[in-house]
Design a protein around this ligand. Structure first.
Ligand SMILES: C[S@@+](CC[C@H](N)C(=O)[O-])C[C@H]1O[C@@H](n2cnc3c(N)ncnc32)[C@H](O)[C@@H]1O
Length: 508
């Protein structure tokens, strides 16, 4: 659904959001800690766990005068341009919502989102956004000759780079932008990997997560350099040309665009981008054993079709509109969610800036011997992983079965059993499980912190970040008695917060 590709636990308490607030653009408190990544290993008795953290990075888009822009104003504007949550949209409505949906706050499942204002049936149309309301490169440049001409001579830039520049250009227009009522309600800060600083990156601890962060930051920087000339030609104000502004724009595009068939960058969809994320069906990881069809799919032996899962909506030529449908039945007050795609927690963090505590699509990669990799050459490297519930993937368990028998016994009949996902012998199976258990144990032991340490640290960092919960003197003293490493991290967080507030002052 959302272009880059559930928690149903907290779907009660539909609190209508009326006024815009400084932080309404995003969940007030995202669980952006990566420790969930290894939590299930810990649940199986492993002691050590990764503990990352994420500071808030404010990207100040001060051009927006938020004072007079309430959610009501936005929803009225949306109704005027034809956005509607009902099939038969009446011509005069003071809100595009109210028939099926309402904007509400879901603190534990995405923050601002859309709730059901009545019972909704699976497959029912819940939102229609006409093409003219969508922000695409095409629709933005169609309204601006100068932008159109400039964009057309920069054909080497990717469609995502172009859309990001168009977004910043539109932001630069302020109130004169057609989409101003929508733009003012975009989040002002994001937590995607590309926005991570050195401290946050190191806190991830796990090698592939640190590497993914470095890659995301490097990509963002090089893409920003590449668009420098275009932004200059467009005479964007320097604050819109800054790397901070670029981070903001590319995070907006990454986390909010919906797929459209005519532009690989997708579209920004007013109101439609208020749906929070629901992971695709829990069916992907509930199989009984590695012999199941799902495990075979994971191993890349069967091409998985997601068509059933991703049926929440899309652009429909017949309606000339983006149409979004209920993916299941909803009760009054429940949060209505969309599936943006199938993601691990690291991928969710990279593309959307959040992760799920329970994510059946999550994967943990453990270091493997080179000889094991060469034995697994018929499977993609990324199929050798451990599920969030601790179960090894089909490819991993099959390769280990083979690897842990003497080379002389690896004949055709054994290979056939391995590829069919069958056990070779009880002895071999015990060896496999023992090997995995010891490997995971050693990975976890090598990490600097444990879950309880992480939990305590996160709790204290939360307090430091929340002005309303500022640490009282007594608690500060309590820190003094904790170990030096903990204190060091708290100091680093304080320094980061300090640095951020200085940066904000400079911008203002
Ligand atoms: C398309 S927007 C959804 C609306 C968003 N909550 C808002 O206020 O604009 C996607 C963003 O919402 C947040 N989000 C969506 N689903 C979430 C979930 N299940 N848990 C936590 N955050 C979520 C993430 O910040 C994500 O980048």
């Amino acid at each position: 659904m959302f272009h880059q590709g559930s928690t149903d636990s907290n779907q009660t308490g539909l609190n209508r959001i009326g006024e815009s607030t400084a932080r309404e653009g995003n969940a007030p408190r995202f669980k952006n800690w990566f420790w969930g990544y290894f939590r299930n290993l810990q649940n199986q008795g492993f002691r050590r766990v990764k503990k990352p953290r994420k500071k808030k990075k404010k990207i100040d888009m001060e051009v927006l005068d938020l004072k007079h822009q309430t959610m009501e104003t936005f929803l009225r504007w949306a109704a005027e341009i034809g956005i509607s949550d009902s099939v038969d949209s009446p011509r005069f409505r003071d809100s595009c919502l109210g028939h099926s949906l309402s904007v509400a706050d879901f603190p534990d499942a995405g923050g601002r989102g859309l709730g059901a204002v009545r019972e909704l049936k699976k497959g029912e149309l819940v939102l229609k956004v006409p093409k003219n309301a969508l922000m695409t490169t095409e629709s933005i440049i169609a309204k601006d000759r100068k932008l159109n001409d400039a964009v057309n001579i920069h054909g080497s830039l990717s469609s995502t780079q172009i859309l990001s520049v168009c977004l910043l250009y539109e932001m630069g227009k302020g109130k004169s932008s057609f989409w101003y009522p929508y733009l003012v309600h975009l989040p002002r800060d994001y937590d995607l990997l590309a926005t991570f600083g050195e401290f946050e990156k190191q806190a991830l601890q796990v090698e592939d997560a640190v590497w993914a962060t470095e890659k995301a930051i490097a990509k963002c920087q090089s893409e920003w350099k590449e668009v420098g000339l275009l932004m200059k030609e467009l005479e964007l104000k320097s604050k819109f040309r800054s790397f901070q502004a670029w981070l903001w724009a590319s995070a907006t595009i990454s986390s909010r665009t919906l797929h459209v068939p005519w532009d690989s960058a997708g579209c920004l969809c007013p109101v439609g981008d208020l749906f929070n994320y629901d992971a695709p069906g829990d069916d992907s990881n509930t199989s009984e054993g590695p012999e199941s069809a799902n495990d075979v799919e994971e191993a890349g032996l069967v091409v998985e079709t997601h068509s059933e899962r991703l049926t929440d909506g899309g652009f429909e030529e017949d309606f000339n509109a983006y149409c979004l449908y209920a993916r299941r039945n909803y009760q009054l007050g429940e949060q209505v969610l969309l599936c943006y795609g199938t993601y691990t927690n690291l991928e969710l963090l990279e593309h959307y800036g959040f992760m799920l505590e329970e994510n059946s699509n999550d994967k943990v990669f453990i270091p493997l011997e080179t000889s094991l990799f060469s034995l697994a050459s018929s499977w993609p490297k990324d199929s050798l992983y451990i599920h969030q519930d601790g179960k090894p993937s089909f490819a991993l368990v099959s390769t280990l079965r083979l690897w842990l028998i003497p080379q002389s016994q690896r004949d055709k009949s054994v290979m056939r059993l391995v590829y069919a996902g069958s056990q070779l012998s009880v002895k071999n199976e015990i060896l496999v499980m023992k090997w995995i258990s010891e490997k995971c144990g050693s990975v976890l032991r090598d990490l600097p912190t444990s879950v309880p340490e992480d939990t305590l640290l996160l709790h204290n960092i939360d307090k430091l970040q929340d002005p309303e919960l500022r640490l009282e003197q007594k608690e500060t003293e309590a820190f003094g008695s904790e170990d030096a490493e903990h204190m060091e991290v708290v100091c680093a967080v304080e320094a980061t917060l300090q640095e951020n507030s200085c940066r904000l002052h400079l911008l203002l």
